[in-house]
Design a binder for this molecule. Structure first.
Ligand code: F6P
Length: 410
C-alpha cells in the first residue's frame, strides 16, 4: 500500500505527545491523524515529545498505518524534554527548526499539558512555527475555561482527555480497598497522583472514600488537630470500624520536627520544567494516625495505576470531539490555539458545537474550586458529585451489611 493518502495535497502535519502519559493519548493521536488525513495532510509522529525533534530527529509516518486508539498510553512515547531548558547549554530551538525544515513539517500538533503546550506556544510566538495544542493530563488542572452549570450557578471547571478514565480507575481502586480495610478494622490512606491539584483525588468520592485531602487545603498544625478528631469520630461512627481516606500526593503536611507545612517528595531531582517528584504523604499520615489515635493504619499508593489501562468510552468520544475542533482550526489556519469543551458535558453532549478554542499562551493551571470541596467535612460537595456524574457512569460496589448475633458461652 502506498504510504501517501489518496487525498494527500502536499501538506504535512506532525503529532507529538509530551509529559506524563494518560490512557487517552493514543485516542487523541488517532483522532487527529484520521481527521488530518481526510483533510489531505500527510501525518507524521514525533517520538518522545520534543526530544524527537532534537539531533537527527525521530520521525515516523502515521499515514495509512493501523492505529489502536483504545490502547492506553502513547505509541509515540513521551518525555519531559523542554525546548527552552537552560540546563543543557545546547540551542534546542535551532535543532527543532532545522528538523521541521528537514522533514518538511508544516503544522505541529502538541498533545500535552501546560508545559508541552506552553513551549509550543512560545515556539509559535518567537519562531512562527504553526502549532495547535491538544489538552492532556490526568491531573485535570489545565485552565480551559470550561463551565459547569450547577443549579443555575456557573462554576469554572475542566475536563481534560485522560482524566475521565483515570477518575474511574481511582474510584474503582477506592471501592476495592474497602473490603480489606473492613476486614482488619483499619484506616487505609490511599495516595493519588495529581501534583498540586486535587481534581483526581476528589474522584475517590465516587468510590466511597470517607475522607478526602486535597493540596488546595494545606494541613497546617491547627487543621491536623481537627483532622485527627474527625478521623476518630468517623471511625467510631462506622459500625464496621474502618475508614478509607484518599490523599493527594501534593498535600502539604505540618511536620512537628521542622515546624514547616510542606509536601513530601519522592525525589528532590527536578525535571526540565522544574518539577520534583512527589510521593510518600500517605505513609506519613498512616504513621501519624497510628501514633496519635492508636488505630491500625496503612498506606497505599495508587500511583501509576491512575495513568494505566485502556481508554474508556467518555475519553474516546471526548478526544474525537476535540479532534473535530482541530479540523476547524486547521481549515482556518488558526494556530497557537487549543480546542476545549465550552461546558461540562455528559457523553451525549460531546459534540463539536460544544467546543471552542483558547489561546495556548494563557492556559495556566486551575486548582480544585472551593465550590467543589468542603474543607470542614474533608469531602467533596454535591456540586463536585454532579460534575463527576457528567463524566462517569455510576459505580456499583457490592454491599454486605452484617450484624451477626453474638453467641454467649453456655
Ligand atoms: O502530571 C501527571 C503526573 O502523573 C502527576 O500526577 C505526577 O506527579 C507525575 O506526572 C509523575 O510523573 P513521572 O511519570 O515523571 O513519575
Amino acid at each position: 500500500m502506498s504510504l501517501d493518502h489518496k487525498l494527500f495535497n502536499g501538506k504535512t502535519l506532525a503529532i507529538l505527545s509530551g509529559g506524563g502519559d494518560t490512557p487517552a493519548i493514543n485516542s487523541s493521536i488517532e483522532a487527529v491523524r484520521n481527521r488530518a488525513s481526510i483533510l489531505g495532510y500527510k501525518v507524521y509522529g514525533i517520538r518522545q515529545g520534543w526530544k524527537g525533534l532534537l539531533g537527527d530527529g525521530q520521525v515516523v509516518n502515521l499515514s495509512c498505518q493501523p492505529y489502536n486508539g483504545l490502547y492506553g498510553g502513547t505509541a509515540l512515547n513521551s518525555s519531559r524534554t523542554n525546548p527552552f531548558s537552560s540546563k543543557t547549554g545546547e540551542d534546542r530551538v535551532q535543532q527543532i527548526l532545522r528538523n521541521l525544515e528537514r522533514y518538511k513539517i508544516d503544522v505541529l500538533v502538541t498533545i500535552g499539558g501546560d508545559d508541552t503546550n506552553g513551549a509550543a506556544k512560545k515556539l509559535y510566538e518567537t519562531q512562527g512555527i504553526p502549532v495547535i495544542g491538544f489538552p492532556k493530563t490526568i491531573d485535570n488542572d489545565l485552565r480551559t475555561r470550561t463551565m459547569h452549570n450547577y443549579g443555575g450557578k456557573e462554576i469554572e471547571a475542566v475536563v481534560c482527555p485522560g482524566f475521565p478514565t483515570a477518575a474511574r480507575t481511582v474510584a474503582r481502586l477506592t471501592g476495592m480497598l474497602r473490603t480489606t480495610t473492613e476486614s482488619h478494622n483499619r484506616v487505609m490512606v490511599m495516595e493519588v497522583m495529581g501534583r498540586d491539584a486535587g481534581w483526581l483525588t476528589a474522584t475517590a468520592a465516587h468510590g466511597g472514600a470517607d475522607m478526602i485531602l486535597v493540596p488546595e487545603c494545606p494541613m497546617t498544625k491547627e487543621r491536623q488537630e481537627y483532622f485527627y478528631e474527625r478521623v476518630k469520630e468517623l471511625y467510631m461512627r462506622n459500625p464496621k470500624r474502618c475508614l478509607v481516606i484518599a490523599v493527594a500526593e501534593g498535600v502539604r503536611w505540618y511536620d512537628e520536627n521542622t515546624g514547616k507545612t510542606d509536601v513530601v517528595y519522592a525525589s528532590s531531582e527536578t525535571d526540565e520544567y522544574g518539577h520534583a517528584r512527589l510521593g510518600g504523604i500517605s505513609g506519613v499520615i498512616a504513621h501519624e494516625v497510628s501514633k496519635r489515635l492508636g488505630l491500625d493504619a496503612r498506606a497505599q499508593i495508587s500511583g501509576y495505576y491512575a495513568r494505566a489501562g485502556e481508554c474508556r468510552e467518555y475519553d474516546r468520544r471526548l478526544t474525537a470531539t476535540l479532534g473535530d475542533k482541530v479540523v476547524d482550526l486547521l481549515l482556518r489556519e488558526d494556530y497557537g490555539q487549543m480546542p476545549v469543551l465550552n461546558k461540562v458535558a455528559c457523553y451525549n453532549e460531546l459534540e463539536e458545537f460544544n467546543t471552542s478554542s483558547i489561546d495556548m499562551g494563557s492556559i495556566g493551571n486551575i486548582p480544585l474550586s472551593e465550590n467543589y470541596y468542603d474543607s470542614n467535612m474533608f469531602h467533596v460537595t454535591d456540586a463536585y458529585r454532579d460534575f463527576l456524574n457528567h463524566i462517569m457512569e455510576p459505580m456499583h460496589f457490592m454491599k454486605f451489611d452484617y450484624d451477626f448475633p453474638v453467641v454467649l458461652p453456655k
